[in-house]
Design a protein around this ligand. Structure first.
Ligand code: CA
Length: 237
């Protein structure tokens, strides 16, 4: 799935819910609040909708036919292109709420059924406010190496450098936290997400690719190996 070229409408909410009356009720409430609702009844439709247009937030029902809502969230978490879409889980039972608390990262809030449309809109607005403020929109620039976090473009001396999604996230993390040493585990948590299970040596593979892409412009030297500790992004200036 390729999401980077897909436009993101800031007010599009995707609901993944198999019960049509709930989708209609939510659609009415969100429409009045100025949001546009996209609907999916199962995992397959959800992935297709996200592929077509990246939503600003996902309302995810837990109990769905086939793949359940939690599995869908885990799947989205494993993809660097979708892992930062905020998710509010819709739950039907108290024990589901307990499990969501244990699930940790990946779910931004949950709301128990039956919920009032007013409360739902308030929760959506709160999550969007919180998560949007976490998205850095400023360009990072060091000595002519520039990264635009919104368009996912990296340029060196005005020339665009192509990266894989993982290399991009690694470089973004490094450029936003220069001159600090990070262990492989810290890099995994920050550039891959906490719910992704990959071996620590995978980090070395991607560091190698990142350096290779930066090498023609001389910026590979900025990615420094710190023996016994990890890696550091160290610009000249
Ligand atoms: Ca359901």
């Amino acid at each position: 799935m390729e999401f980077m070229q897909v436009k993101q409408t800031m007010n599009t909410i995707l609901i993944v819910e198999d019960e049509q009356p709930i989708r209609s009720m939510v659609g009415l409430a969100l429409g009045r609040a100025g949001f546009e609702l996209r609907e999916a009844a199962d995992a397959k439709q959800a992935y297709a909708e996200i592929d077509r247009e990246r939503p600003a937030l996902i309302l995810m029902d837990w109990m769905l036919p086939g793949i359940n809502g939690l599995e869908i969230v885990k799947h989205l978490q494993r993809d660097a292109n979708t892992q930062d879409i905020p998710v509010i889980m819709l739950t039907a039972r108290a024990e589901e709420s307990d499990k969501i608390k244990g699930f940790g990262a990946g779910i931004d809030d949950y709301i128990s059924k039956p919920f009032s449309p007013t409360e739902l809109v308030a929760r959506i607005r709160a999550v969007l406010r919180r998560t949007r403020s976490e998205i850095p929109t400023e360009n990072c620039e060091f000595d002519g190496l520039t990264l635009d976090p919104l368009s996912h473009r990296v340029t060196a001396g005005g020339e665009e450098i192509e990266f894989g999604p993982t290399e991009f996230r690694l470089l973004k993390f490094f450029m936003q936290h220069p001159d600090r040493v990070y262990s492989r585990e810290q890099l995994l948590n920050n550039a891959w997400g906490r719910n992704v299970y990959v071996e620590e040596r995978t980090v070395d593979v991607h560091i190698l690719r990142l350096r290779k892409a930066l090498a023609p412009h001389g910026f590979d030297q900025y990615i420094q190996t710190v023996r016994g500790a990890g890696y550091r992004f160290s610009p000249a200036t």
